[in-house]
Design a binder for this molecule. Sequence first.
Ligand SMILES: Cc1ncc(COP(=O)(O)OP(=O)(O)O)c(N)n1
Ligand SMILES: Cc1ncsc1CCOP(=O)(O)O
Ligand SMILES: [Mg+2]
Length: 355
Amino acid sequence: MSIQSHRAVYRILDASINRAGEGLRTMEEYARFVLDDSTMTSSLKTLRHGLTTALSILDRESLLAARDTADDVGTNIQVETEYHRSNAVSVIQAAASRTQQSLRVIEEYSKLIDTSVSSAVERVRYRAYTVCADLEQQLRRSDRLTRLAASQLYVLIDAGTDDQDFATKVTELSKAGVDILQLRDSAQSDRVLLERAKIGVLIANQNDTLFIVNDRPDIAAASGADGVHVGQDEMPADAARAIIGTDRLIGVSTHSIAQVHDAIGEGADYIGCGPVFPSRTKLFDEFVGTEFLSEVHDAKKQRALPAFAIGGIEADNVAQVTATGFHRIAVTGAIDRADDRVTAARDLRNRLQAN
Ligand SMILES: Cc1ncc(COP(=O)(O)OP(=O)(O)O)c(N)n1
Ligand SMILES: Cc1ncsc1CCOP(=O)(O)O
Ligand SMILES: [Mg+2]
């Protein structure tokens, strides 16, 4: 290999080695200082040191001698999106992508120098794929749990008359400040339910609204929803978890303290508590009333699991719910049967925040 080619290869390797190390460090700092996750921090630190070991036989002087940042034409090429990061997940996604790409470049060009370096870097690259995927899943879960913890108004909606009608409903309610929307419509075919869920996910995500699918973990996973809500007649939370994965949310309906404890034990991320009052949406023979809410509120003091009161809740009786200590409600009719669902949503939200 000519001197010029040798220098060019080392210049590529030097830039890629720096880029890979910076990407790994970007991810490691988040795992360490934000997630406080020692296992993930250790995995990323081990990756970083593994890469250093894999590269240790490369000549350091040749790498540094080949560096010419001042004349690097790439430093003057800016792409608009490279400065846009909407949240931590996108920062980590960019770091993971940069790391994986750089490892591949190092692996390919080191074949021109020493194939033992290339095969060692290949092993680091495969480990990096797994660690980056685990970190991104953990991030998505962390982001959803943070948004869930801040949620107060949860609205259950049906599939509407067609895609446009449903899209309008999701858009209006998301922009009206509804924190969580749940698609609940057992009358629809799987195909319609999946299409509506995909529409809901797209719009809700654009408005920082969580989107949940009722009853169906398979539809929730296939549509990219933020989670699924299951009742006492659907599969338990731990079975649903096997379908939707660790990064999505699972809600469980509860009608007794025993069911609350079961839901927590099965890994629920939040619970629905009701029916509190008679509902015009779903018929019940008996109601747990506000007494159950007080019981849950007292029992929950040990654990900050978000709990949403549900069943016949509307503007006229929401104060009875907040009097129990509950400040999260799930409603259908109060919104769906209102003359103006946006005004009704804003009013309920104001009442929850006022107490
Ligand atoms: C937030 C929330 N809480 C309770 C329910 C009721 O779920 P379930 O008991 O499974 O009854 P259906 O909604 O499936 O008829 C819910 N959907 N959401
Ligand atoms: C699905 C469900 N589960 C308990 S009450 C209820 C219906 C909630 O609708 P509404 O708020 O109109 O009573
Ligand atoms: Mg159900």
